[in-house]
Design a protein around this ligand. Structure first.
Ligand code: GNR
Ligand code: NI
Length: 205
């Protein structure tokens, strides 16, 4: 191009396209996991980007569910995909989800959590639940769930209220898990994640 000649792109200015990203998952005893997340009021660009990143992070982990607070965003957003490996993807988004009914009957499932890596323990929860939520277009929806869906919904709704599955197990087991992860955090962050105490305000188990 000759000197002094301007370069004009006929397509106009190149728009900045934000790429989806796998984000870091918070690990206990990170105190942000104890925050109560805020209700979502609108689906704007940043929220759509958050949901995209949650799916990418969840699939990469891999996990079957993810609450926004697990990537450090205190909004009441949950992503889920319960499809088996050989099945097509079944991405589901739950915005502002709320349990509106639980069965008296309980069911025991072995649970795990991406924020408590490689620890699995049996948890008793209501076997069936009714949950109301907003879909990706903010349209109100209700579902009745049992089995893995019921367990996962309760696990994720706990997250957006600052509750972890270890709050449902015995104090002895919970203390052992917390001790192990606090020790690991001290080695990597000098204990910064322990600036505030990590004891749940409500011991369920
Ligand atoms: O990937 C996950 N598996 C799982 C298994 C049993 C009960 C709950 C879960 S959720 C978990 C991902 C996670 O930590 N979501 O918050
Ligand atoms: Ni979890």
């Amino acid at each position: 191009m000759a000197q002094g000649q301007s370069r004009i792109d006929p397509a106009g200015p190149t728009p900045y396209i934000a790429a989806m990203a796998v984000r870091d998952i918070l690990i206990i005893p990170d105190k942000r996991l104890r925050l109560k997340s805020e209700a979502v009021k609108a689906i704007d660009k940043p929220l759509s980007a958050l949901i995209d990143d949650m799916f990418e992070t969840m699939y990469a982990a891999p996990g079957i569910g993810l609450a926004a607070i697990q990537i450090g965003v205190a909004k009441r957003v949950v992503t889920m995909d319960l499809a088996k490996k050989d099945e097509p993807k079944q991405p589901q988004v739950f915005i502002n989800p709320e349990v509106i009914w639980v069965s008296d009957e309980k069911a025991i499932y072995e649970e795990g959590c991406l924020s408590i890596p490689e620890y699995y323990e049996e948890v008793a929860r209501p076997k069936a639940v009714k949950v109301k939520f907003l879909d990706s277009k903010l349209k109100p929806q209700e579902i009745e769930a049992e089995g893995l869906l019921a367990t996962c919904l309760q696990h994720e709704i706990d997250h957006i209220n600052g509750v972890l599955f270890i709050d449902h197990i015995s104090k002895l087991k919970r203390d052992m898990v917390m001790k192990k992860f606090k020790k690991a955090a001290k080695k990597t962050d000098g204990g910064k994640s322990l600036a505030e105490d990590q004891e749940p305000s409500h011991h369920i188990g």
